[in-house]
Design a protein around this ligand. Structure first.
Ligand code: RIB
Length: 335
């Protein structure tokens, strides 16, 4: 039977927490105690990975999850998929909302490290690489959700957003639209910049087509509505004839700003497509075209990958899962 972390603690005459500190934060432990614990580890033939796993076994039987916007139905669906898979293994999901704020995100990462959760799922609001590596150093695995970091060892489950942006713009161009606008959010959100890159590639393939970028502070219904009102306030000749919104919440707000407040017609005056295909997309006053992300499947797969990483950190399995986006055409862009 494998030597347990508790065996090491008894042999060294220290607590399990001290063994954890020696394994993860030796700088916080008196040198003589470190020496005693390491001697016990050597004597008992204790295996480090096993130590991390067994220490987590005593943890809170939970997974930490940090989303960009808890008010966005897309992340609610991702969380639902994650919770269903976690529950099957008797784990709970502790949900944190960064609200696209780097400081809040860092606070949740520290909380989950202190809580010694079994693992962390995160859609980063910023370049959180340093904090994420610190979590891994503490023996807490991380899976990136709806995002991947090029060149990183971090596992990830995402959608090809460049392809998704291309599909959205290509669809508008196929409707004969040529004056496109991309209504997006802060460039710190990689999903937004990848969707814009895809749209740029599609526009570059059509002579006479152009793409204007309208950046909003956050990707919300209210900001979509404000963008719509600003577009309506322009001279007709200065308005785009089609809009690609970086997500469905912006698109829902744009429908309000363009039609109810601005008196324009969608799609007749301005065609519109969003991204995510949230449940409400088909229920808006003008049913929204969108680019679908398999949200619940993303969440389910992210937990599956996290559990694999916990059970077998050095195992041979696919560490980057990337889904294909799907174009869903409805009244807001067709015809
Ligand atoms: O939070 C902004 C967007 O990023 C969400 O709507 C979803 O598309 C995610 O990828």
């Amino acid at each position: 039977m494998a030597t347990s972390v508790r065996d090491v603690a008894v042999a060294a005459g220290v607590s399990v927490g001290t063994v954890s500190n020696v394994l993860n934060r030796p700088e916080k432990v008196a040198p003589a105690t470190v020496e005693r614990v390491m001697a016990a580890i050597d004597e008992l033939g204790f295996v480090r990975n096993d130590a991390a796993r067994q220490l987590r076994a005593g943890s809170s039987r939970s997974i930490g999850m940090i989303v960009l916007d808890a008010g966005n139905p897309f992340f609610a669906a991702v969380a639902r998929g994650a919770e269903a898979r976690a529950d099957a293994d008797g784990l709970s999901v502790l949900l944190g909302n960064s609200d696209e704020n780097a400081a809040r995100e860092a606070g949740y990462l520290e909380l989950f490290r202190e809580q010694r959760v079994n693992g962390v799922l995160i859609t980063p609001a910023s370049d959180a690489t340093e904090n994420l590596e610190r979590l891994r150093g503490a023996g807490i695995p991380v899976v990136l959700v709806d995002h991947e970091i090029a060149g990183s060892e971090l596992c990830s489950v995402s959608v090809d957003d460049v392809e998704g942006g291309y599909l959205a713009a290509e669809h508008l161009l196929q409707q004969g639209r040529r004056r496109l606008a991309f209504v997006g959010g802060p460039p710190t959100i990689a999903q937004v910049t990848n969707r814009l890159e895809g749209a740029r590639r599609a526009v570059a393939e059509v002579a006479g087509a152009r793409l204007e970028v309208i950046e909003m502070p956050t990707l919300t219904v209210l900001n979509g509505r404000a963008a719509g009102e600003a577009i309506v306030a322009r001279e007709a000749a200065d308005r785009p004839d089609a809009i690609f919104a970086a997500n469905d919440l912006l698109a829902v707000g744009l429908v309000q700003g363009l039609t109810i407040l601005g008196g324009l017609r969608v799609p007749d005056d301005i065609a519109l497509i969003g991204y995510d295909d949230i449940d409400f997309a088909s229920a808006t006053v003008v049913p929204l075209s969108s680019v679908r992300q398999p949200a619940e499947e993303i969440g389910h797969t992210a937990v599956e990958l996290l559990l694999k990483t916990i059970a077998d950190p050095d195992g041979k399995y696919e560490r980057r899962v990337r889904f294909r986006p799907e174009l869903v055409v409805r009244e807001s862009s067709a015809g």
